[in-house]
Design a protein. Structure first.
Length: 145
């Protein structure tokens, strides 16, 4: 059995969970800490929201929100048509969990499990960097709202 490849990171944010949630689901803010296609709609993301990137060489990568428990948990399934083996929806995902600490927020981030993919270590390594960078921007945005 291969070890799981799940990135785990967290950050304390001096802002209420409602502000952190806004930064996680409002495309105006999401575009500042993650990539969004230029024509992405401006409405807040909810369960079922999808972001689709077309690959230049054909195929696409799609993220789909499969759980959105307001101010608590956001789970976004990751799919790529270029993966040789297709895991079940949600087996490779971004998970954002918010914990209310008396008006402050502990944001926990999990990304993976990349052990389900060939070349999973590369996805894992890139996601370690993504989690580290994006959490800082999420913190800054939430604290400035």
């Amino acid at each position: 059995m291969t070890d799981t490849l799940i990135v785990k990171d967290e950050i304390h944010i001096e802002a209420a969970p409602s502000k952190v949630w806004e930064v996680l689901v409002n495309p105006k803010y999401v575009a500042q800490w993650d990539e969004l296609p230029e024509d992405y709609p401006s409405e807040n993301m909810t369960k079922g929201s999808k972001v689709v990137w077309e690959h230049p060489n054909g195929g696409q990568t799609i993220t789909t929100i499969i759980k959105a428990e307001e101010m608590k948990e956001l789970k976004i399934a990751l799919y790529s048509s270029n993966w040789a083996v297709q895991p079940n929806e949600g087996d490779v995902a971004y998970l954002y969990q918010l914990e209310d600490l008396d008006g402050r927020t502990l944001l926990k981030i999990e990304i993976g499990d990349f052990s389900l993919l060939s070349g999973g270590q590369d996805y894992y390594d890139a996601s370690v960097e993504f989690a580290s960078e994006s959490k800082k921007v999420i913190k800054e945005l939430a604290e400035s709202l």
